[in-house]
Design a protein around this ligand. Structure first.
Ligand code: R5P
Length: 294
């Protein structure tokens, strides 16, 4: 039982010090509830405001992708260097050790593969995301897809509604159809549509011209996908330019797991994203780390 005297004689009211009202470090996120901000603070570093997410959810549409044939062998050793992991519930439960305690961007929509029409998707049960302690719900949104645009936007809005009930933010992932060009005009439209519909973070592609307009016109943080494997110096340059032009991080898969030395690549990307390291220096760092790891 508490001591009644000590309650009565309390003196530490700090009468000269007004209580601080903290802002929130992430763009467009200051009005979110505590649970949402707590989860976003696990995904994005409150110190740098950035994130290096590691994506290995490709198997849900592509099966055993190069570099991801054995996630236990290739990805698990990388986990400690990622700020957040993006994967399916199947791989999470079967391969990812919960002891790493990494925030999870859970692949939340699914329904088709590369053998068929992509984007014909449905979403998962929100209780499953809660059980798995998801920090983000990742939903594919196919703006411009003649067949499935509406379906994927409904998946997004439904996910946001469900996530809001449980304090879990949603990541809108902009899919790019075969016939659509990945230019600033398209990417800003696709990303903005996701944000307008309530997505808390957007994952899209980098474009070499006008990417700063994409980030400027979207009111929430943007992370870039890496896309197909590039030579390591080019991938580091892309990460640098994206951050320099307003991205809040990267969510890369193949450019990490298909690199000659994935751990060194992930560390070099971290230097670019969190410390603003120039791509040339980061590549030197990559080479040094790679040679040391042999
Ligand atoms: C795409 O559907 C998946 O969400 C991937 O996670 C995404 O494309 C990122 O991987 P990558 O950097 O290999 O493009």
């Amino acid at each position: 039982m508490p001591d009644a005297d000590s309650v009565a004689e309390g003196k530490k009211y700090g009468l000269d010090t007004p209580q601080k009202t903290e802002g929130y470090f992430l763009k467009g996120s200051c009005h979110l509830d505590w649970g949402m901000q707590d989860r976003l603070s696990r995904v994005f570093s409150p110190k740098s405001g950035k994130t290096v997410m590691l994506a290995f959810d490709h198997g849900y549409i592509m099966g055993p992708t190069t570099g991801l044939e054995r996630i236990d062998l290739t990805i698990v050793p990388l986990l400690e260097y990622a700020d957040c992991i993006m994967c399916t519930r199947g791989v999470l439960r079967s391969v990812v050790p919960p002891t790493y305690n990494k925030p999870v961007s859970l692949r939340y929509s699914a329904g088709s593969t590369i053998l068929n029409d992509l984007n014909n998707e449905c979403i998962m049960d929100i209780e499953e995301a809660v059980r798995l302690n998801a920090s983000l719900l990742a939903v594919m949104v196919a703006i411009g897809d003649k067949k499935f645009e509406g379906l994927t936007i409904r998946n997004l809005t439904e996910t946001i509604d469900l996530g809001m009930r449980h304090g879990i933010p949603t990541l809108g992932v902009t899919a790019v159809g075969k016939e659509l060009v990945r230019d600033a005009r398209y990417l800003s439209m696709a990303s903005r549509v996701c944000a307008e519909n309530g997505a808390h973070v957007i994952k899209t592609y980098f474009c070499s011209e006008g990417f700063e307009k994409v980030t400027a016109s979207v009111p929430v943080p943007i992370v870039i996908a890496g896309g197909k494997k590039l030579p390591e110096p080019d991938a580091l340059k892309m990460a640098y330019m994206a951050i320099d032009q307003g991205a809040a991080g990267v969510d890369m898969g193949r450019n990490v797991c298909q690199a000659e030395c994935p751990v060194s690549m992930l560390k070099a990307i971290r230097a670019v994203v969190h410390d603003g390291e120039k791509p040339e220096k980061a590549y030197e760092m990559y080479q040094t780390l790679k040679s040391e790891s042999k």
